[in-house]
Design a protein around this ligand. Structure first.
Ligand SMILES: [Zn+2]
Length: 622
């Protein structure tokens, strides 16, 4: 919630209109380049036993991954004297202490040790020599009662000299290098990260009518902030297309906090009035990287409606301690992934061809995933709190957080079904307008259940949506739900030439995807990242982690491996791979004669091209 200055004065006079507890939070980030943040809080309390909690379940991350191990130097004090404290023996995120009689406030002081590792979402690397993304949940403890919605925080932040910043918070004043933000509830504070950098640009994306929207760019170097006028135009289109899709908004203003750095973890995290979007440093100036990340901002933006405003009941917990239930993530993330990709195409950030090629890649992956015969998609969502941290090896057998990509397929299927049933007069856009749209509101959350989703779809077109969704969620079919592609007028096919989009992704990520021929995904150094569990490579004994050394007696290169696969198509000899497994060398004979196979969508002329209608701009003349 953004609080306007005039309103803030009333709040100070009236005391805490938000609730009973007041916290003053002073964060000193001047040591962020050396990976330490200093934090100090003053918390209003009552005498007696008190439990202070470190945020564990971070909204949007769907797992208990608050980085409590990076808290160091904790001191809790009253009237200048340290209080003894003890950690709970079951809840590692809870600290118990006792407030002396007559004491009205305590101080909490600690350092947060910024991690260097680049995995782990917001708990991963968040700083470099030149920038920082501050997630407030990492630098505070909060009293376990009365709950974050009833705690008013007065935050301030000191940054290294010369750094600029972007955030959805309102700045009240800057004094001696310290930024004082307007007071907010603890929920809003955790929902409002600050992005700061020596190299910073703020670009206005505000549409002709609509609330303020900004693209805040932070990078490790000035040169990589070099956004083109066409990129700015397309990000403006993203705003207008999203507003047209939903027909209303649930924020007072919106900031894309777009961080360009090779030093931080790469992911996107949604918030009501901003998104924390972190990508490779050269994303704006490298065509392959830009294509690879084309749908990141659109995905996180959609979450302002689908995830923050409308939220599955099991994810709508009252604090950062209560476990979340992830069973409806195929709506929360799946529908967001679908519209993130659609809006990227509608806005021009991703070409129509790239949209189809991306769809072909994800459809092929899911259609060749043996794990789907033991684990239904519903279980991918149910176990998501652990699967987010699952390794990538043997992915096709384990399955992972597939509700993103398979959600994309299911919601495409739903969209194509609505369009076909209504003879083109309605679409899934109508569901979004009704479910996520008018009237516009400030940030707020309205929970929903599975039944609400079914009812919402039935309001658009009457159909057995419960059966439609349940069948897809519970299916143990070896094949992915490709009905949306097929009803959309396209067919998933394989040819011996990779799409230009796949080539761009492979160059951006440094891998070679031979999943649908030999059945291996190879990293840049020749290490096998994964093996499809039912593939010829798996049958020959190859496994993730092995290092490719030689192909048919010659030193391994990507080109030699692909040439060997092509040659084996016309002869009966096996492809001979010398691989290193730990310290052991072994030759593996792969009996495979199907040639190179890469996925594409091929037009089915017997049906209308519904897909092109879905991804064409809704806002005309821009
Ligand atoms: Zn998401």
């Amino acid at each position: 919630m953004r609080i306007h200055s005039a309103f803030v004065c009333i709040l100070f006079v009236a005391g805490s209109l938000f609730g009973q507890t007041s916290v003053t939070l002073s964060v000193d980030a001047t040591d962020a380049p050396r990976k330490i943040i200093h934090t100090e809080e003053t918390i209003s309390v009552r005498p007696g036993p008190i439990t202070l909690s470190y945020p564990e379940w971070i909204p949007g991350e769907h797992e208990p991954n608050g980085p409590v191990v990076d808290v160091a130097g904790l001191h809790i004090a009253a009237d200048g004297k340290d209080l003894p404290w003890r950690r709970d023996l079951v809840d590692m995120f809870a600290i118990h202490t006792t407030v002396p009689s007559g004491t009205k406030e305590i101080s909490v002081r600690f350092d947060f040790l910024l991690p260097a590792r680049t995995s782990g979402f917001s708990a991963g690397a968040s700083s470099s020599a030149s920038l920082l993304v501050l997630s407030w949940n990492q630098v505070l403890l909060y009293p376990s009662t009365p709950g974050p919605a009833h705690i008013t925080v007065h935050p301030s932040l000191k940054l290294p000299a010369g750094w600029n910043y972007g955030t959805a918070l309102t700045t009240e004043n800057e004094d001696g290098g310290v930024i004082h933000f307007a007071p907010v509830t603890l929920n809003t504070l955790v929902d409002s990260p600050v992005q700061a950098s020596e190299y910073f640009r703020r670009i206005d994306l505000t549409p002709a009518s609509g609330p303020p929207h900004h693209l805040d760019l932070a990078s490790d170097e000035e040169a990589t902030l070099d956004i083109t006028p066409e990129q700015i135009r397309d990000y403006k289109h993203l705003v207008t297309e999203a507003l047209a899709l939903f027909g209303a908004h649930h924020y007072d203003h919106y900031d894309f906090l777009f961080t360009l750095s090779d030093e931080v973890a790469h992911f996107g995290l949604e918030h009501h009035q901003s998104s924390d979007d972190r990508v490779d440093e050269r994303t704006l100036i490298d065509k392959n990287l830009f294509r690879a990340h084309a749908a990141l901002l659109s995905h996180e933006f959609v979450h302002s409606w689908n995830g923050k405003f409308r939220r599955p009941a099991g994810l709508n917990v009252a604090d950062f301690t209560t476990p979340m239930k992830d069973d409806l993530l195929w709506v929360y993330e799946g529908l967001t992934e679908y519209y993130g990709n659609v809006l990227a195409a509608r806005s021009g950030l991703r070409s129509e061809q790239d949209y189809r090629d991306n769809l072909a890649l994800l459809a092929a992956r899911l259609d060749n995933e043996p794990g789907r015969t033991w684990r239904p998609l519903q279980d991918c969502a149910d176990e998501a709190q652990l699967l987010y941290e699952a390794r990538g090896d043997w992915h096709s057998y384990r399955r992972g957080v597939d509700f993103y990509d398979e959600g994309d397929l299911i919601w495409l299927d739903a969209d194509a079904t609505i369009r076909n049933l209504s003879k083109g007069t309605k679409s899934l856009d109508n569901f979004c307008k009704k479910f996520h749209g008018a009237p516009s509101t400030p940030p707020e959350t309205r929970p929903y259940t599975f039944d609400d989703v079914v009812a919402g779809l039935n309001e658009v077109v009457h159909y057995d949506w419960r059966k439609f969704l349940t069948e897809r969620l519970e299916s143990l079919s070896p094949h992915a739900p490709l009905g949306g592609i097929e009803h959309g007028g396209w067919t998933l096919v394989y040819t011996d030439t990779r799409s230009d989009y796949q080539r761009a992704l492979e160059e951006a990520y440094g891998n070679n995807d031979l999943s649908y021929s030999l059945g291996i995904l190879v990293g840049r150094t020749g290490t096998i990242a994964d093996v499809l569990v039912t593939s010829p490579a798996a049958s020959a004994g190859l496994a993730p982690g092995m290092q490719l050394i030689a192909v048919n007696g010659m030193k391994y290169t990507e080109e030699r491996l692909e040439a060997a696969i092509t040659a084996a198509k016309n002869n009966s000899g096996a492809v001979q791979i010398l691989a290193l497994n730990g310290d052991a060398y072994k030759t593996y004979s792969i009996e495979y004669h199907g040639g190179l196979r890469f996925p594409h969508l091929e037009r089915d002329a017997s049906k209308a091209d519904v897909l092109i209608n879905i991804i064409s701009p809704v806002v005309k003349g821009q």
